[in-house]
Design a protein around this ligand. Structure first.
Ligand code: PCA
Length: 215
């Protein structure tokens, strides 16, 4: 049976919960479209997050890796197209590190494209009544760092394994503390991730450019 590794993050930026973890946590041990789902929480810390991700890939041996993070200012599910080789932190991470204009991987290409079927995922989410878009930036904080490190690692070590990143909005209970912030119910986010997994298993390739690097 295929295994899919789904990661999410611990809380950061003085939040007590992280919407990505709340959405991903219920998927542990689920079977979706004949695949077994393994979930892991990553620390919101540069480098340590990647060490833990690589260790999880080594243990779980997944066919697909989907990393999920919180983007509190976005109203929809963001299916990320590209990760860039830049760390440029607006705030310190959970270990107090705040890299400015450093490389994620020295000597790595400028960027990696997601190898998930990003257009198919966004379309199928919208067809299910869930607001979603392909996003052209995962930012320059720990989420982009994890997406870049994931795609670099898969490219170098496990080229047959597909991977990518999805950002989810705040949960309603988080949005109450940020005036005017958009939010989405956790059940809708979890359903969205199930659809993203089904869509990934259904579409080996997308209509868009996937799997390449830019240098
Ligand atoms: N969101 C942050 C890091 C952890 C998370 O959930 C980001 O978008 O970089």
């Amino acid at each position: 049976m295929k295994t899919i590794l789904v990661t999410a993050f611990e809380p950061f930026d003085s939040e007590t919960i992280n919407s990505s973890w709340e959405a991903v946590r219920p998927l542990q041990g689920c079977q979706i479209a004949g695949a077994n789902i393994e979930v892991r929480q990553l620390p919101c810390v540069f480098d340590t997050s990647l060490e833990q991700l690589y260790a999880a890939i080594g243990r779980v041996k997944p066919e697909v890796v989907i990393s999920v993070g919180e983007a509190g200012n976005r109203p929809h599910i963001s299916v990320e197209r590209v990760a860039i080789n830049v760390n440029d932190a607006r705030i310190p991470d959970n270990a107090g590190q705040q890299p400015i204009d450093t490389l994620v991987i020295a000597g790595g290409p400028t960027a990696y494209f997601s190898t998930l079927p990003i257009k198919a995922i966004a379309n199928e989410l919208n067809n299910a009544g869930i607001p979603a878009k392909v996003s052209q930036t995962a930012g320059t904080f720990v989420c982009n760092h994890v997406m870049y490190g994931l795609l670099h690692y898969l490219n170098q070590r496990f080229p047959a394994v597909r991977g990518g990143f999805i950002h989810v909005p705040y949960l309603p209970e988080q949005a109450t503390k940020h005036s005017g912030a958009p939010s989405m119910a956790v059940e809708m986010m979890t359903t969205a991730l199930k659809i993203a997994i089904e869509s990934t298993l259904k579409h080996e390739k997308d209509m868009t450019i996937t799997g390449g690097t830019t240098s």
